[in-house]
Design a protein around this ligand. Structure first.
Ligand SMILES: [Zn+2]
Length: 352
């Protein structure tokens, strides 16, 4: 006698019941004939699906258990939110080494990402295009360099009174009344009109145009942020942490490490801005590997802009490496700063 497994018996019964129901409906309702076929097809698909689950129940169980374990495990790790101007405490040597190690790992991850995606033709084309543009940029940069070779500005008289060198960081908050006296100029971008110190608008526009000539699109982000907006960003961070069950004090402490405390942000003086590009919208280290990131790192000083928070200087700036954040200091100081690989803080110590 043919022995049927329990599941097979159940399956036949359910299927039979379904077919019986369809027949009943067809007899009682004339119009049901029209939709009988699709309903039947859907029903059969369901039974096949169910059959698949029953046959592969071991695999499904393993998959579900793995998924649940991963979900539970990840909910224990503290969520990290993407934010700009991440303030870090000035670090001990040991902490610095950890940061350097993690940055090396990050670079390796990016390298892996490129290797993984190597199969895609589109991706290869993009990489080739990036390479071409980068070569052109390098050629142009070399040419510009020759043109400017005689100007290394080492004899330039830098004055601590110069408005372009104003130092704003965790230790030096914005002087009282500064914001009220900023004269704003407008920058027209694809994302609308934005505000910046009017004395810098020409240099910024020249930089965007020069990049454009090299085929590099620079997207300007939050050039000027007022106190109210900075405070809003800060308070929003606090409420996010509090919604995760932290007390106000704990949330405040964590927030001050993640978002610039109001009045200590360079964005409030209209001389700093974040720059991204048309195909990369994340304020993270990956920007450094884009054509725009590389172009800016190599050329921004020609227009008076410095990479304000460089890699390896976190213990001096107290801010994480930000390849997207640029600060205007004028061509003379920018040239000295970028050529000597120093920060604005070090420039103050050595030149002012
Ligand atoms: Zn910024």
């Amino acid at each position: 006698m043919l022995k049927l497994r329990k599941t097979e018996i159940m399956e036949i019964t359910a299927k039979e019941r379904f077919q019986k129901k369809l027949n009943e409906l067809q007899n009682s309702n004339h119009y049901f004939r029209i939709i009988r076929k699709p309903v039947y097809a859907i029903g059969m698909m369901w039974f096949r699906f169910e059959e698949g689950i029953v046959r592969n129940k071991k695999r499904f169980s393993i998959a579900i258990v793995t998924l649940m374990t991963a979900t539970i495990y990840s909910s224990f790790s503290f969520p990290i939110f993407a934010s700009e101007d991440e303030i870090v405490e000035c670090k001990t040597n040991e902490m610095r080494q950890q940061t350097v190690n993690s940055q090396i790992i990050n670079s390796e991850v990016y390298a892996d990402m490129i290797t993984i995606q190597d199969d895609s033709d589109d991706f290869l084309n993009t990489i080739n295009k990036i390479q071409e543009v980068a070569d052109i940029s390098t050629e142009k940069a070399e040419e510009d360099k020759k043109n400017h070779e005689e100007q290394d500005y080492s004899d330039y008289q830098f004055s601590p009174e110069d408005w372009r060198y104003i130092l704003v960081n965790k230790q030096h908050s914005i002087p009282e009344g500064y914001e009220e006296n900023i004269k704003f100029g407008q920058i027209v971008t694809g994302r609308g009109v934005m505000l910046f110190d009017e004395r810098v608008v020409d240099d910024l526009t020249a930089m965007i145009e020069a990049a454009g000539e090299d085929g590099v699109v620079l997207e300007i982000q939050s050039p000027y942020r007022d106190f109210t907006y900075q405070r809003w960003l800060f308070n929003r961070k606090i409420s996010i942490y509090m919604s995760q069950g932290l007390s106000y004090i704990e949330a405040y402490q964590l927030s001050s490490q993640a978002v610039t405390i109001p009045n200590a942000s360079e964005h409030q003086i209209g001389l700093s801005l974040d720059i991204l590009t048309d195909n990369y919208f994340n304020l993270n280290e990956g920007f450094a590997y884009t054509v725009a990131g590389r172009w800016l790192a190599a050329n921004s000083y020609r227009y008076g802009f410095i990479l304000r928070y460089p890699k390896g200087k976190e213990d001096i700036t107290c801010i994480e490496y930000e390849p997207w954040h640029f600060r205007y200091v004028g061509v003379e100081a920018a040239t000295v700063i970028m050529k000597n690989g120093i920060t604005l803080e070090e420039f103050w110590e050595e030149y002012l």
